[in-house]
Write a protein that binds this ligand. Structure first.
Ligand code: PMP
Length: 433
């Protein structure tokens, strides 16, 4: 076939993007002019002009072990050469091994079963089906400020109204106050947040629940961690009402917090259902629902089939990710580098009045920007200006939160201590103006 006469210049790419991409996807490109990346290696990225960046976003927490990691690349290459796809009608060893390895990463005390999907959204939907089928109940509790995905089911659970469309969403979802000591409506009064759960359950039909879905550390919401004691007490209330606990580990899992492999392990609870995606595949499309055997097997009574679930290519990437996390001690690295980055953000907090709060756990970090520390008014416009400067200073971060006033950093877990000085110098220049 003859080569098409295509103009690959930046202007032409932007032109095509503006002409052919859906407006919803265009609108999400966050900088004033699009940034076009050409290549990535571990924690670094290069744009098409050859300029180097430090990726503090990990392509939205997907690049867990680093861009173009040779172990992941090799595993996927080998799998592509052997067998690209095996539908879930048949067995394949790669997903079978991977399921076993994932189950081994879960806490002891119950038997875990793994169900693969293609994305986080799809896994959230499946978790919802499991919770409702298993309990025979409908009502769900979810937190305001949480993001869980984009299908009708996942969108219905999402607590940020800007991500919900004006279409009929699922009934029976109760969004409850976010236990955020900084911005939540009950401040740091954990008991008040728990009391709201009691009140909400009374309104459920008829006082029963299918479950409670929660991110142990809210990602897009701005790295908001559940207060100590909240999840354990909330889980008891949910179980007393007949429901199950679903934890969304799409951003907080795989050792990124430095202390534990899963975010929920900081809270002394054993969930019935754990949802994971993003970093599980280091960029390859993959998600999973890992659930207690009796909860997961409720699906076997009917049928749950997805053509690309348990893709051998994506699962080969997933197996390599687990190996690299161990071989390179990336959980420990997340703790060490996370602490150094936290110290940088604390120093900036001292220096710049606009930083209202610093929040972090391992390699999940955020600064919330406010125009006045006492009123905590979101500094949305200033955040956009500072965000634009991060690009000029060669660091990639995310502008997050319902008010878009939070700079979120979730770098690949292979980021090094040597990179921290770059972050401090770059952020200091961004805030200095
Ligand atoms: N849950 C959380 C916590 C997420 O951050 C996301 C994605 N941002 C999802 C679910 C949905 O995952 P996906 O985009 O892979 O569908």
């Amino acid at each position: 076939m003859a080569d098409l006469d295509i103009d690959w210049s930046t202007e032409a790419i932007i032109g095509r993007r503006d002409k052919f991409y859906a407006a919803s996807q265009r609108a999400f490109v966050p900088y004033k002019t699009p940034l076009i990346f050409a290549r990535g290696e571990r924690q670094y990225l290069w744009d098409e002009a050859g300029r180097k960046y430090l990726d503090l976003l990990g392509m939205n927490v997907c690049i867990s072990v680093g861009h173009a990691h040779p172990t992941v690349t090799r595993a996927v290459e080998e799998q592509i050469r052997q067998l690209q796809h095996c539908t879930t009608m048949f067995y394949h060893p790669v997903p079978a091994h991977f399921a076993e390895e994932l189950a081994a990463r879960m806490p002891k005390g119950q038997d875990w079963v793994v169900h693969f999907t293609n994305s986080g959204t799809e896994a959230i939907d499946l978790a919802l089906i499991m919770a409702q089928s298993f309990t025979g109940n409908i009502d769900m509790l979810a937190l305001r400020n949480a993001y869980h995905g984009a299908t009708i089911g996942a969108q219905s659970l999402t607590g940020i109204s800007g991500f919900r469309h004006n279409v009929p969403l699922l009934g029976g979802v109760h969004h409850i106050a976010n236990p955020d000591p900084y911005r939540g409506i009950f401040g740091d009064d954990t008991d008040a947040y728990l009391a709201e759960i009691d009140r909400t359950i009374q309104f459920a039909t008829p006082g029963t629940l299918a479950g409670f879905i929660v991110e142990p550390i809210q990602g897009y919401g701005g790295i908001v961690e559940l207060p100590k004691g909240y999840l354990k007490a909330a889980t008891k209330k949910v179980r007393d009402a007949g429901g199950v606990l679903i934890v969304d580990e799409v951003q907080s899992g795989f050792g990124r917090t430095g202390d534990n492999f899963w975010g929920f392990e900081h809270h002394d609870v054993l969930p019935e259902i754990v949802v994971m995606a993003k970093g599980i595949g280091n960029g390859f499309p993959l998600g999973a629902v890992v659930a207690r055997r009796d909860v997961a097997e409720v699906l076997a009574k009917k049928f749950f089939f997805n053509t690309y679930g348990a893709s051998p290519m994506a699962c080969a990437a997933g197996r390599a990710v687990l190996k690299v996390i161990d071989d390179e001690k990336l959980q420990q690295n997340s703790k060490t580098v996370g602490a150094a980055l936290r110290a940088v953000l604390d120093r900036l907090h001292q220096k710049y009045e606009i930083i209202g709060e610093v929040r972090s756990h391992g390699l999940m970090l955020a600064v919330e920007l406010v125009s006045d520390r006492r009123s905590k008014t979101p500094a949305t416009k200033e955040t956009a200006e500072i965000f634009e400067k991060t690009r000029e200073n060669g660091i990639v971060v995310s502008k997050s939160g319902a008010n878009r006033n939070i700079l979120r950093m979730v770098p690949p877990m292979c980021i090094k201590l040597e990179d921290v000085a770059w972050v401090e110098e770059a952020l200091d220049r961004c805030f200095a103006g």
